[in-house]
Design a protein around this ligand. Structure first.
Ligand code: ADP
Length: 469
């Protein structure tokens, strides 16, 4: 059976309260019993010793006890509930109090014996006899025997004290239980009510309301964390949903354009409107090329995004490699009236997949070429820092708007500006770049302002890409 959090908490608090009160009662009873018993035993011993001294004083070695002395001793025996017997040196009984004053103790003694947990030598309820020397001038001239029931010294006052104490324990136990119950109900409400609200939000999200967010306020850190996680989850789902919709329409768009072109051109040929000239066939070829490029790109992404992407790593000089790539791009930049510069730290040795790195640079450089304006400038930086190697590509091209910036690494995502420019792009270049960089445990970031230019920053941790010397 599943219990609600508040029920579980209340039960837990109750159980803890009951157990702690029970333990407190046990321990304090035990402590009090022990201290109290010791006190009572000491008292009893003192009393008996005092009576023994008095008996010593009253006894006459020759005449024994006078009858008035005997009466006095019997009074003591009566008052203190003791059996007193005095024997002279020869062992003859000089005085005995008889045991009538002990009779009515037997019942109560055995009752108290079970109540009191006694660890002393005097057992409650048990008849005990103690012998003391009868002495005169420090000389033993006989024996005094004191007999008593273990509880005969546990007088009514002390019993009442113990009863009152346990009574007050019981009352404070009940108060503590009520208080504990109130506190536990209050605390469990404080915990369970925000949790129920967060669950409601999570259910709304599950049912497709991706706008739902939790606004619960709570002073509990874990609940705050849970709220933040649920909201983050909803945000991510919403973003993914948006991307999924956009991806479908973008993909349809990317495929439809070349296919429609081909269709209309072929119709024109069939209707004999056009002659199948070389120019027309070349344009067909280009459209088909574009479609192949698109499908290949998709295939590439699928491969690159496999969790265990196989990198064919080798050791090489990154500075030289980047320089070579720039040189190979130089003619295309010149043709577009653009300038390309490099600012590279020399001799940076790395252990990376060279072909994949070339693909990254190819995609980034092609983009800066596509998205720059005549007279623009592009600069490639290579920096070697303490823990990282950083590659930066800066252009002063058309830039990327703030709204597009979070999405440019998603497949098929193209900004409206780039669509207008008719660059022939497919929106998967940067997706591939990101996948390759992440396979090298690196990161890619972009800073950009619409109309001012963009900077792509690639950071690789040295611990991963630095070859062992
Ligand atoms: P595409 O094939 O369209 O270039 P990418 O994945 O390479 O696809 O880039 C995605 C989008 O990011 C581009 O459509 C463009 O809007 C934007 N972009 C990429 N690089 C740049 C850049 N250097 N300057 C401006 N916009 C860029």
């Amino acid at each position: 059976m599943k219990l609600s959090l508040s029920k579980k908490l209340s039960l837990g608090f109750l159980l803890t309260a009951i157990v702690s009160i029970f333990i407190a009662v046990l321990i304090s009873n035990y402590m009090i019993d022990e201290k109290f018993n010791n006190y009572l035993i000491d008292e009893h011993k003192n009393k008996v010793e005092k009576i023994a001294t008095i008996i010593d004083g009253l006894y006459n070695e020759k005449t024994g006890f006078s009858s008035s002395n005997k009466d006095e001793i019997l009074r003591y025996a009566n008052a203190e509930e003791l059996y007193i017997e005095v024997k002279d040196a020869t062992g003859d009984v000089a005085l005995t109090s008889g045991n009538s004053n002990l009779q009515n103790q037997t019942m109560m003694g055995s009752m108290m014996g079970t109540m009191m947990n006694n660890f002393s030598s005097i057992k409650p309820g048990q008849y005990t006899e103690d012998s003391y020397p009868l002495s005169k001038n420090n000389k033993k001239i006989g024996t005094i025997v004191f007999g008593y029931y273990g509880t005969s010294f546990l007088n009514a006052g002390s019993l009442t004290f113990k009863m009152t104490l346990n009574h007050s324990f019981f009352i404070s136990g009940v108060i503590a239980l009520i208080f504990g119950l109130i506190v536990s109900i209050f605390l469990s409400k404080q915990l369970s009510s925000p949790l129920t609200k967060i669950t409601d939000t999570a259910n709304r999200i599950r049912n497709g309301d991706l706008e739902a967010r939790s606004h619960v306020t709570s002073k509990t850190k874990e609940i705050d964390d849970l709220k933040a996680s649920i909201n983050y989850l909803a945000e991510t789902l919403q973003k993914q949903e948006l991307l999924r919709k956009r991806l479908t329409s973008d993909m349809a768009h990317e495929l439809r354009t070349p296919l429609t072109n081909l269709k209309t051109h072929i119709e024109a040929l069939l209707d004999k409107v056009w002659e199948p000239t070389e120019k027309i066939l070349t344009s067909f070829y280009e459209e088909i090329e574009r479609l192949i490029k698109l499908v290949e790109g998709l295939n590439n992404i699928a491969k690159l995004e496999q969790t265990n992407l196989n990198l064919n790593k080798s050791r090489f000089n990154l500075s030289l490699e980047l320089e070579e790539i720039i040189t190979s791009f130089q003619p295309q930049y010149s043709n577009s009236a653009l300038k390309i510069y490099s600012n590279l730290v020399p001799n940076v040795e790395v252990l990376m997949d060279k072909d994949k790195l070339k693909q990254v640079m190819y995609n980034l450089l092609s983009n800066s070429l596509k998205y720059s304006r005549g007279g623009g400038e592009v600069t490639l930086y290579l920096k070697s820092e303490v823990n990282n190697i950083t590659v930066e590509l800066k252009d002063n091209g058309i830039g990327i708007s703030e709204k597009d910036l979070p999405f440019i690494f998603e497949r098929f995502y193209r900004s409206d500006e780039s669509r207008d420019k008719n660059t022939g792009g497919t929106g998967i270049g940067l997706t591939i770049v990101k996948a390759i960089i992440e396979a090298h445990k690196g990161t890619i970031n972009v800073k950009s302002k619409l109309g001012e230019g963009s900077t792509f920053i690639l950071v690789f941790p040295k611990s991963i890409i630095k070859p062992d010397e």
